[in-house]
Design a binder for this molecule. Structure first.
Ligand SMILES: [Fe+2]
Length: 415
């Protein structure tokens, strides 16, 4: 079912300003009038950069924790690029690793500003890539809406400026880029990923071993694909971050919920042109309700703003959907997946939250953040055809658990 953003009433109890509601509507109208609704398509790629030397370990982690498998690898002037596929209709995962240990670009400089981001100075979620019918027309329209794009002289990595994708500058509100691509994302030549990279046979064998394990233990197919991705932003920039993303995509603002116990809100944007979010995952924005310095009067929990102060505005977690159902012995699939991963050494924050009894509901859990990408992995099982996107009580528990992740990390950094 296609959603018409202009006629859609957002869900939730988080109060938005009049400014937000007015400009949300104006942005939808302008997207349509400027032709962006027609030009833009679904999400085709998700780009993550890791530190020099971390790519193979990160691929092994991805193989164990999710459905993505390596399809090809390339090398450009500055980076090695690893292209991973789950289902053909789901976005590709593109992992970039700088070739030089001392590589520096905007990501390095941004990470250096934040106490917990600086130790993995080149690790960061970069952004997502949308299909477009015409790259040049898209750039031209978006530039007329004051969206900035990257040009040759501004960055060293040719993937940003001399490939089949054109990328925006990292957003001031989220640190994320958006890329647009007219080519088939699997057409290496058109995409100009670089020269084919010869992989080490032992590395490939190791990945294959994990793929076999995931198959024999049924992790793959139980872990399906990416359901949503959540970016954490500052309290005062919540509305701007959402409106900026609506300007740059054809997503719509699905709704926002106040998570008062955690002094935060969860704000969801979705692609209204797909029946399955995994074809074009939802983009979620989370922010504190009040900034940290005001919270110092109130002393409420504030893990969301703490995260931004520790790591900078950035992608916080990527959520995989787990097939709904029971594993052998009546265990829910998500419990089985998590227990199996724990036996293989993956660490999780707290427990699976939510109950799946007879009523539709959600069960979810966060992993500890990846040592390579700094991203947390969420697993979500929508039991008995749960229609909503999330439950407030689960989000409150998950947010609290994510706060523990940083306390753990603080110990490592400052001890
Ligand atoms: Fe989430």
């Amino acid at each position: 079912m296609t959603i018409n953003p202009m006629q859609y009433t957002p869900k939730g109890d988080k109060k938005n300003s009049e400014f937000f509601d007015t400009y949300r509507q104006k942005i939808y109208e302008r997207r349509s009038a400027a032709g962006l609704e027609q030009l833009l398509g679904d999400m085709r790629g998700i780009v993550i950069q890791v530190q020099h030397g971390d790519a193979m370990a990160y691929l092994r982690e991805l193989y164990l924790m999710g459905p993505y498998r390596l399809s090809a690898s390339y090398e450009n002037a500055t980076h090695r690029l690893f292209i991973l596929i789950s289902q053909p209709e789901f976005p590709r995962l593109i992992v970039m690793e700088p070739r030089d240990r001392n590589y520096v670009d905007d990501i390095t400089m941004l990470n250096r500003l934040y106490p917990l981001a600086s130790k993995k100075r080149n690790a960061r979620y970069v952004g997502e890539i949308f299909q477009t019918a015409d790259v040049e027309a898209t750039r031209c329209v978006l530039e007329s809406h004051s969206i900035r794009f990257n040009y040759h002289h501004e960055t060293k990595n040719p993937f940003y400026t001399d490939s089949g994708v054109v990328f925006t500058f990292p957003s001031d509100y989220t640190g994320n880029r958006v890329g647009y691509c007219q080519m088939n994302i699997d057409d290496a030549e058109a995409m100009q990923y670089g020269d084919p990279l010869e992989m080490n046979a032992a590395d490939l064998a190791h990945l294959e071993e994990i793929a076999e394990f995931a198959k024999s233990e049924r992790l793959n197919p139980l872990v399906l694909g990416i359901d949503h991705m959540a970016t954490r932003v500052l309290a005062g920039e919540r509305e701007d971050a959402i409106l900026e993303f609506l300007t740059m995509s054809r997503y719509y603002f699905w709704g926002a919920y106040n998570i008062s116990a955690m002094n935060s809100s969860t704000n969801v944007t979705r692609n209204g042109n797909v029946d399955d979010d995994k074809r074009s995952p939802a983009k979620v924005f989370t922010a504190n309700n009040i900034p940290s310095f005001v919270n110092s009067f109130e002393h409420l929990p504030m893990p969301t703003e703490d995260f931004v102060r520790n790591f900078g505005r950035r992608m916080h977690h990527i959520a995989y959907e787990v097939l709904d159902g029971d594993h052998r012995g009546g265990e829910k699939n998500v419990d089985y997946v998590v227990n199996t991963l724990m036996e293989k050494g993956i660490q999780f924050l707290a427990h699976v939250v939510g109950e799946c009894l007879d009523d539709p509901n959600l069960k979810q859990i966060f992993s500890k953040h990846s040592a390579y990408s700094v991203l947390i992995t969420e697993y979500v099982e929508r039991c008995h055809g749960y229609e909503g996107f999330f439950t407030k009580s689960n989000v409150a528990s998950l947010t609290a658990a994510a706060g523990e992740d940083e306390r753990y990390d603080h110990g490592h950094v400052f001890d």
